[in-house]
Structure formats: structure tokens, C-alpha cells
Design a protein around this ligand. Sequence first.
Ligand SMILES: O=C(O)CCC(=O)C(=O)O
Length: 266
Amino acid sequence: MNINSQYEENGYFVYKTNYAERFTTIRKKFIRIFNEIAIRHNLHTINNDTDIVDLYGSKNRELWVAAYDQLRFLPEVLELSNYSVLLDIAKQCGIKFPITTNRAIIRADMPNDIEHDFKLHQDYPYNQVSFNSITIWIPFQDTDAKLGAPQVIPKSHKNGVVKNENGIIVKQELEKCITAPLKLGEVLVFSHFMHHKSGSNVSKDPENQIRFSAQIRYTDLSDQEWAKRKYYINIEQTEKTRNPGFETHFHVDSTRCAICASKTKV
Ligand SMILES: O=C(O)CCC(=O)C(=O)O
């Protein structure tokens, strides 16, 4: 199966990029950001994951939060969405005129911190952009089930937006979830309609305790259906707007989409 048919059939696929070295460099820079704030507050230097975990568990949690908030603004992070391989993936998923849906999101999932796990959801309700939009989930280290590899429900992208409460799917069919472990350099690509959730980070590996990841989202300015909605973006995230007021369905290309073609007015 080529990427395109795998994607259309399952709603997701894993892609091996040649960016492992770049991702390692970015991870090291993340650690440097935590170090920078620590030494400026006369704390011990931060050299590794264990030091960051210690800061997180200390009375200086607010410094952890301040450093975390800066990760997404690193120039190296801002340029991720312009990586040629990622843009090529977007093209292979039918996105002809890629634009980022929002700024890159960086997660730093700490061990045994389930409070921030994202329950089963679809990305579409959160932005409501073109139906062919994709998310590229990038790990900055090997990410197995113990480190909280993402969980997906294959083929769950085929029915448009399903009923949700504040974005979280009402019918939680967790038994259908499979884990998508990723090696450094691999990325997980999925449709905005695919049902997915966080895996829990229960890592005990001192070298690899924090699950650093980026989520890059591409949407398609050339998508006819979205253009007709005047490039609507659901910026106001209320429960009301997370259940779209229009019919939704997965398509790779609105000009080839039978459902879009059958509608005179979207
Ligand atoms: O990284 C995670 O654990 C969840 C992220 C996610 O599901 C999302 O951003 O849509």
C-alpha cells in the first residue's frame, strides 16, 4: 500500500524522516531553556531529564512552567512546519496549498503526570478548517508505550465529527485504541477526523523520562469546501463551537469528493 491509500484507509500512518539528528538537537535546546531559567534564579544547573523532573516536583514549579511556555517559541521549533519532508507528507495527503492551522504545539509530558493526558478526541472540532487537514505528531526521542506513545483508533476518521463534550468524544471506545510507538526520526501523521488520545508516560528510564513532542497541523487553502466557508477557523473554543454547525466528512481532495460535488451550496 502506498502512503496515500494507507492514509485514506486507516486515517493515519507512520513516516520515517531523515530528521533524527535535528530532533535530537532541538531536544537538547529544550533542556538548555530549563537550565537558563534555573541558573538565573540561583538554582542548580539543569543538565538532563532527571533535573527537569526535580524542578517540576519542587516548590519552583512556576519556573518549570515559565520555561515550558518558551519551548514553542524557539526558532528551531518555528521552522519545523517548513521542513521539506513534512510539506511533502502534507502534499501526499492531498493538501495542495498547505498552511499551518495554528502555531506549533510543544508538549513536555512528565512521568506519572496523567493530569495532562488528552482523552479520546478528534482534532477537527478544535479548529474546523479544511476537511483534509492533518496533524503531524513529532517525538523528540524514541517514544514507546511506556513513555506514552499516542493511541489511535484505525479507520475512525471515516464518519466526520462525532458527538463530543468540550472536544472529548462522548462514546469512548477505548478498547479499539492501538498504541503507535515511534522511533526518533519517525512521525505519526493523521487526519483531523481520526480518534486518538495521549498514552500515559510511566517511564522509569532516567535518560528518557520526559516525552517531548511537537504537533504540527496543516490545512489546505485550495480546499473548495473550506474556501466556501470563507476560511472559517474555530478560534473561540467553547463547547458550542466544538460541535460544528455543518456537515463534516473526511476527504483528501474536495475537487474529487463526491459528497462535496453533490452539494450545490455548502
Ligand atoms: O500528545 C498527546 O499526548 C496528545 C496530543 C493530541 O492528541 C493532539 O494534540 O491532538
